[in-house]
Design a protein around this ligand. Structure first.
Ligand code: GDP
Length: 299
């Protein structure tokens, strides 16, 4: 499938390293677990989650009385699968008359691209969609969003570069109400150089949406770049502290051999991964599927 194809690099990295380990070690001993820890940390699973995983793995290995490292591999796949599927639903909440999705994340992670892909995806599902060019700070961001809007035939509400994002979002909400669209997707600025300003701006945008549509935004999606590894985790923690994030979109998963970041997100952030980006094209956005992900990881 598209999903597993997008994970080729990670599979080549992580699965090969695990297989290699399994063939080098015959005994299931401390050395084996130590090297496994290293392999997982290398794959961006992160120290905390790696320790959790290996701890669970040891319990299962003991319980099942596993003596062969090849069987340990299978138990590892099970433990990983459990860690992923225990989590909540990954579907978007689109149950409202006008559904508002706010996108947040730092520059360069693929936020605008993801909005374009999601707009197209929702439109193909029969929804009417509108985009709000709320990133008025990054040069080119508004035009870039416009191009994505044109690609999927979705209107884009915009003002000039440097204008007040809250004013753009206000306009967009009014337009979305007037045209009775199903989904309004709002872009926001992602400069991290000035964290306090960024977070204040986000709060202001959120307040405008809340005031105009009680209960909205219905989703606040944080875009994270899978190729940035533990940096993405740091960003996630900062955004989570500053605002009510409802889910993660993990971009550029096709571009990394370290897809283990998904495990760290699931285990440490308590946030669902709703979509993953698996390429630069319009249809390279897929809903997160835990089962396929595990299959994609270990082949
Ligand atoms: P923004 O600054 O967060 O809005 O980032 P952009 O949407 O401009 O994306 C930055 C770069 O990442 C662009 O070159 C995109 O084509 C690329 N990109 C975005 N998503 C993906 C993805 O899932 N896979 C790959 N390989 N590239 C992506």
């Amino acid at each position: 499938s598209k999903f597993t194809e997008g994970l080729t690099k990670t599979r080549d990295g992580l699965a090969n390293a695990v297989n290699d380990l399994v063939y080098r070690f015959r005994e299931v001993d401390e050395d084996f677990f130590e090297e496994l820890e290293e392999v997982l940390i290398q794959a961006d699973v992160g120290v905390t989650t790696t320790m959790d995983l290996v701890e669970k793995l040891k319990v299962e290995v003991k319980r099942k009385n596993v003596k062969d490292t090849k069987e340990v591999r299978d138990v590892l796949v099970e433990v990983v699968a459990n860690m992923l599927v225990e989590e909540e639903e990954s579907e978007l909440d689109l149950s409202h008359e006008l559904n508002v999705i706010l996108f947040v994340g730092v520059n360069g992670v693929g936020k605008t691209t993801t909005i374009g892909k999601l707009a197209n995806r929702l439109k193909n599902e029969g929804k009417t969609v509108m985009l709000a060019a709320g990133d008025t700070f990054r040069a080119g961001a508004i035009d870039q969003l416009q191009v994505w809007g044109e690609r999927s035939g979705v209107p884009v509400i915009r003002q000039g570069e440097g204008s007040d994002p809250a004013a753009v979002i206000y306009d967009a909400v009014q337009a979305a109400k007037a045209r009775r669209v199903d989904v309004l997707i709002c872009d926001t600025a992602g400069r991290l150089q000035n964290k306090v300003n960024l977070m204040n701006e986000l709060e202001k945008v959120k307040r405008v949406i809340e005031r105009e549509i009680p209960g909205a935004p219905h989703e606040v999606l944080l875009a994270l770049d899978a190729t940035t590894g533990q940096n993405a985790m740091v960003q996630a923690k900062a955004f989570k502290q500053a605002t009510d994030v409802s889910g993660i979109v993990l971009t550029k998963l096709d571009g990394t051999a370290k897809g283990g970041i998904v495990l760290a997100i699931k285990n440490e952030l308590d946030l669902p991964v709703k979509f993953v980006g698996l390429g630069e094209k319009i249809d390279d956005l897929q809903p997160f599927d835990a089962e396929q992900f595990v299959y994609g990881l270990f082949g």
